[in-house]
Design a binder for this molecule. Structure first.
Ligand SMILES: NC(=O)c1ccc[n+]([C@@H]2O[C@H](COP(=O)([O-])OP(=O)(O)OC[C@H]3O[C@@H](n4cnc5c(N)ncnc54)[C@H](OP(=O)(O)O)[C@@H]3O)[C@@H](O)[C@H]2O)c1
Length: 248
C-alpha cells in the first residue's frame, strides 16, 4: 500500500471529489481525517462504510471559514494522530450568476469558502510541516481559475487565487521539503455540476476534446499520484489539469 502510516487531512470529504479522494487515500492505507460543513449523518455513513472494509477514516464537522475552530482542531488531531503528512484543500462552493445579478453576499461566500478556506487550513498546518521539514499540500482549484468562465467571476477569482497562492507557497516552503501542487479539474460529474443549466452543458460539451464529463475517481487518482512520495517527490508548484483536454 502506497500510503501506509500516512495521515491525510481532506477538507470537504463527504461528497463528490472530496469523498472519492478520502476513499482512494484510505484504500492505500492512509489514516484519513475529513471535514464537512453540514451532513453529520453522511459523514457517519462514510466512516462506517470504510471501517467495514478495514480502512481508517474519521469525519469532523469543521467549516473551512472558521479559522479559530480549525486551529483548535489542529492541536487536537496532532496530539491524537501524532502528526499530519498530507493536506488536501478541496472544500469549495459555486454561486454562479452574471456579475450584474451577483450580490455582495454571493461574492463573499465564494471567496470566503474557496480562497479564505485555503488560507485557514494551510496556515493552520504550515508550522507543523515546517517543524518536521516535510509536508505535502494538494489544492483543488479549477479550470475556471485558469481560463475564466462566464457567470463565475466570484468562483474564477477564488480558483485563480488558489493557483497563485499555491505557486507562491511552493517557492516559499520548498527549502523545507514541503511540496505544494494544484489540481484543476474540468467538468466533473458531482452535485456541483448537476446544478448547471442544460443549455450551458450543451454549449460546453463540444469544447471538451474527450467528449464527456470526468469522474470523481479520475480526479482522485491524480491526487493519489501527488500524495505518493515515491512517484511525485520531485514535483512542486505544478498545476495539473484533469479536464479532458478542455484547456489545452
Ligand atoms: N465538480 C466539478 O466539476 C469541479 C470542477 C473543478 C473544480 N471543482 C472543485 O472541486 C472541489 C470539490 O467539488 P465537488 O464538485 O466535489 O463539490 P460538491 O460535490 O458540492 O462537494 C463539496 C464538499 O465540500 C464541502 N464543503 C462545502 N462548503 C464547505 C465549508 N464551508 N466547510 C467545509 N466543507 C465544505 C461539502 O460538505 P457539506 O455537504 O457538508 O457542505 C462537500 O463535502 C471544489 O473545490 C470545487 O470547486 C469541482
Amino acid at each position: 500500500m502506497k500510503l501506509q502510516d500516512k495521515v491525510a487531512v481532506v477538507t470537504g470529504g463527504t461528497r463528490g471529489i472530496g469523498r472519492a479522494m478520502v476513499e482512494a487515500l484510505a484504500r492505500e492505507g492512509a489514516q484519513v481525517l475529513f471535514t464537512y460543513a453540514h451532513n453529520d449523518l453522511l459523514a457517519g455513513q462514510i466512516e462506517s462504510e470504510l471501517r467495514e472494509q478495514g480502512l481508517k477514516a474519521k469525519g469532523f464537522k469543521i467549516d473551512v471559514r472558521d479559522f479559530e475552530k480549525i486551529n483548535q482542531w489542529k492541536e487536537e488531531i496532532l496530539i491524537e494522530f501524532g502528526g499530519v503528512d498530507i493536506l488536501i484543500n478541496n472544500a469549495g462552493i459555486a454561486k454562479d450568476k452574471a456579475l450584474m445579478m451577483m450580490s455582495r453576499e454571493d461574492w463573499d461566500e465564494v471567496i470566503d469558502t474557496n480562497l479564505n478556506g485555503l488560507f485557514n487550513f494551510t496556515r493552520a498546518f504550515i508550522v507543523h510541516f515546517l517543524k518536521k521539514k516535510e509536508g505535502n499540500i494538494i489544492n483543488i482549484s479549477s479550470v475556471s481559475g485558469l481560463i475564466g468562465l462566464p457567470r463565475q467571476v466570484n468562483y474564477s477569482a477564488s480558483k485563480g487565487g488558489m493557483i497563485s497562492f499555491s505557486k507562491a507557497l511552493a517557492k516559499e516552503v520548498a527549502p523545507y521539503n514541503i511540496r505544494v501542487n494544484v489540481i484543476c479539474p474540468g467538468f466533473i460529474d458531482t452535485d456541483m455540476t448537476r446544478k448547471l443549466r442544460e443549455e450551458y452543458v450543451r454549449q460546453m460539451m463540444p469544447l471538451i476534446p474527450l467528449g464527456r464529463f470526468g469522474t470523481v475517481e479520475e480526479v482522485a487518482r491524480t491526487a493519489l499520484f501527488l500524495a505518493d512520495e515515491t512517484v511525485s517527490h520531485y514535483i512542486t508548484g505544478q498545476v495539473i489539469r484533469v479536464d479532458g483536454g478542455l484547456t489545452m
